[in-house]
Design a protein around this ligand. Structure first.
Ligand code: GRG
Length: 295
């Protein structure tokens, strides 16, 4: 696909997502909490998860108006997780995306509440859609997203990550962390988008497999960037895993194996997406570019 066409289309998706997020998070009372929520949501994230949701929905001819609120819910859940992850009680990071983290810009109490409020808002928006639209596919989309965000997904992964700090963990534990902390919230948009776009149960299973591979590959890439990039490019400190005494794919297996496994996982995922034919071209290109990301 022509790069200019790709970038143009991608920016259209990002604008569409940002406009809806801005509507959902329009400032009401008490303004301080909305300001903190908006600060982190509009701090320059890539919008990876909502983009995956919309692309997956459109792949079989679904329309983006049906998935947009679920896509925004995913971004709000993602943002809450970053706000809380940056807190002193967790990673204690002062910078993200090149700007002060939420608790540094505001204060700890506001950052905790802004995270809580974003998580809650995600569910408010999804349940509004479920009630209004009454079709089972919206219920299923909400179920995929809430399962992925919970203890059987991102939170479970985060718990094991936190309690593993400074400990020697085995490869199964590392894989559990990557699968749940990172891959769950990458698989969920592909499944939610797919179901709303009209995929069958078998197709959803394929998306689940692809999502898991992409998610683990994405985390491996994150681990690689942590030791190969610079603070200026990443917008956050490098060698943060070492600082936090965390075992990563790179420290466990070395950079060469990390690069090799990343490629195997991505090739497998791309093969699945390619199997959906011509309409999957855009998602295919997008996922391919994720591996070559520099931040
Ligand atoms: C606090 C419950 C709770 C969970 C936190 C997401 C997370 C779990 C921690 C953040 C740290 C981390 C390295 C997570 C792995 C996933 C990841 C690479 C997140 C960054 O996602 P991007 O690159 O972020 O999509 P942007 O900035 O583009 O939004």
């Amino acid at each position: 696909m022509d790069n200019i066409i790709f970038e143009k289309k991608l920016n259209q998706y990002i604008d569409y997502i940002n406009n809806r997020l801005s509507e959902i998070l329009s400032i009401e009372y008490p303004p301080k909490i909305y300001e903190a929520m908006r600060y982190s949501v509009f701090a320059g994230g890539k919008r990876l998860r909502p983009i995956l949701a919309i692309m997956s929905c459109e792949m079989l001819g679904g329309n983006k108006e049906e998935i947009i609120d679920f896509a925004c819910a995913l971004e709000m859940i993602h943002t809450y997780s970053l706000i809380h992850d940056d807190l002193p009680a967790m990673d204690n990071d002062d910078f993200r995306r090149g700007a002060p983290t939420c608790h540094k810009k505001f204060d700890e109490a506001t950052a905790i509440l802004a995270g809580d409020a974003l998580l809650n808002k995600a569910y408010e928006v999804m349940i509004d859609n479920v009630i209004l639209k009454k079709e089972e596919k919206f219920q299923k989309a909400m179920k995929y997203i809430s399962d992925a965000a919970g203890v059987k997904g991102m939170i479970g992964g985060q718990v094991i990550d936190v309690i593993s700090e400074g400990k020697k963990i085995d490869s199964d534990t590392l894989l559990y962390i990557h699968k749940n902390k990172t891959a769950a919230l990458i698989t969920a948009p592909l499944k939610a988008g797919g179901i709303i776009g009209g995929m069958s149960d078998d197709e959803i299973k394929l998306m689940e497999k692809a999502g898991e591979n992409i998610g683990i590959a994405f985390q491996i890439k994150d681990d690689i960037l942590d030791v190969t990039s610079t603070t200026e490019v990443l917008g956050k400190p490098v060698f943060s895993d070492e600082k936090n005494d965390k075992i990563t794919y790179v420290t466990m297996f070395g950079i060469e194996k990390a690069e090799k496994d990343l490629k195997i996982l991505m090739d497998d995922a791309l093969g699945i997406i390619d199997g959906f034919g011509e309409k999957s071209k855009f998602l295919y290109e997008y996922i391919k570019k994720l591996v070559s990301r520099i931040k």
